[in-house]
Design a binder for this molecule. Structure first.
Ligand code: UDP
Ligand code: MG
Length: 318
């Protein structure tokens, strides 16, 4: 019998867990021939998420959980889950029911047909502001322009991954993770299915614009060095025009012997170049910071508890 793991990262999700459990079990009980593991990753929740999960586990042995030692963020919670998932395939599902579990049977069907990565693309995003939709679509267009790897638009982390993909993802141990890009980067046989994304069932989103901007910068800097190239390119273009301008000034001075005037042009050039330099330095800094973080080579996360057992973390996946 094939094993399937449903991986649910959860951070302060006490309000939806019961609902999630009901809908999820309802779905998987109608899927024959598979043994399910529901693996919760409690990402340092500050509410009762952990105790609710523990109670669920007492009544249902399909449930297992890992409790991270603090809040590491969804990206890290997911890799922790992948490290501990036992299934022949892993389905990543948000705790807040924005990813309808009812799609799971369809995903499994495609998996049986031989696809390795079946991802759910949203047709609509209800419950999100037009600004969020617009900024998200603008970001993906920008990212796609800068990289050769196809990045799926309107796709979250809701997907079924074959063991091969899971093993591949587990080898990408970078500390600052942009998992969405990694799914594309590893390749394999992909299949898209469409769905309508519901608003959150209960509780609140953990994202704010600061975090989203962070994720956007993460996405760009961890997948492409195009910004570095652009800053170099703008340096070349600007120097070229500066050179022409210089020649023009020299000729003008020789011909008409112009003395001091030229304050506005001087100021403009200095300010403009200063701006460009600061931007370029900032871009370099972004990459440098990432190099710094990667060279520390720290483990990605620590596990406090795995299925009622305290973890020592001495030989845990690093
Ligand atoms: N999540 C997490 N750690 C965090 C933030 C979020 O594990 O630091 C989980 C959260 O519990 C949920 C999923 O990631 O299962 C998506 O989070 P959320 O619904 O807040 O994001 P959105 O759907 O608004 O993008
Ligand atoms: Mg959500």
């Amino acid at each position: 019998m094939n094993n399937l793991t449903i991986l649910v990262p959860a951070y302060n999700e006490e309000a939806v867990l019961q609902q999630l459990y009901d809908r999820l079990t309802n779905v998987i009980e109608n899927i024959p021939f598979y043994k399910f593991e529901i693996l919760f990753v409690n990402d340092g929740s500050k509410d009762n998420t952990l105790s609710i999960i523990k109670k669920m586990r007492e009544n249902d042995n399909r449930i297992s959980y890992i409790n991270l030692s603090r809040n590491f963020g969804k990206e890290t919670a997911m890799i922790a889950g992948l490290d501990y998932a036992k299934g022949d395939a892993v389905i990543i599902l948000d705790a807040d029911l924005q990813d309808p579990p009812e799609l799971i049977p369809e995903m499994i069907r495609y998996w049986e047909m031989g696809y390795d990565d079946i991802y759910a693309k949203r047709k609509s995003r209800s419950g999100e502001t037009w600004f969020k939709k617009w900024s998200s679509s603008a970001f993906y267009r920008l990212l796609q322009k800068m990289t050769r790897i196809p990045i799926q638009k309107n796709t979250g982390d809701f997907r079924l991954l074959d063991r091969r993909c899971v093993e591949a993802l587990k080898q990408l141990r970078e500390t600052q993770r942009y998992t969405k890009g990694m799914f594309s980067w590893i390749g394999y046989n992909k299949k898209e299915i469409l769905f309508d994304r519901d608003p959150r069932a209960a509780g609140e989103t953990k994202w704010n614009y600061l975090k989203l901007t962070d994720l956007a910068i993460e996405g760009i800097t961890s997948f492409t060095t195009t910004p570095l190239r652009l800053s170099a390119l703008s340096g070349v273009v600007i120097s070229f025009f500066a050179f022409i301008y210089m020649i023009w000034i020299i000729v003008k001075t020789l011909v008409s012997g112009e003395p001091v005037p030229g304050y506005p042009s001087l100021m403009t050039v200095i300010l403009f170049l200063g701006g460009i330099q600061l931007i370029s330095l900032g871009i370099i800094g972004e990459y440098l910071g990432r190099i710094f973080n990667e060279t520390k080579n720290r483990p990605l996360y620590f596990i406090d508890e795995y299925n009622n057992e305290k973890e020592s973390n001495q030989s845990s996946a690093s």
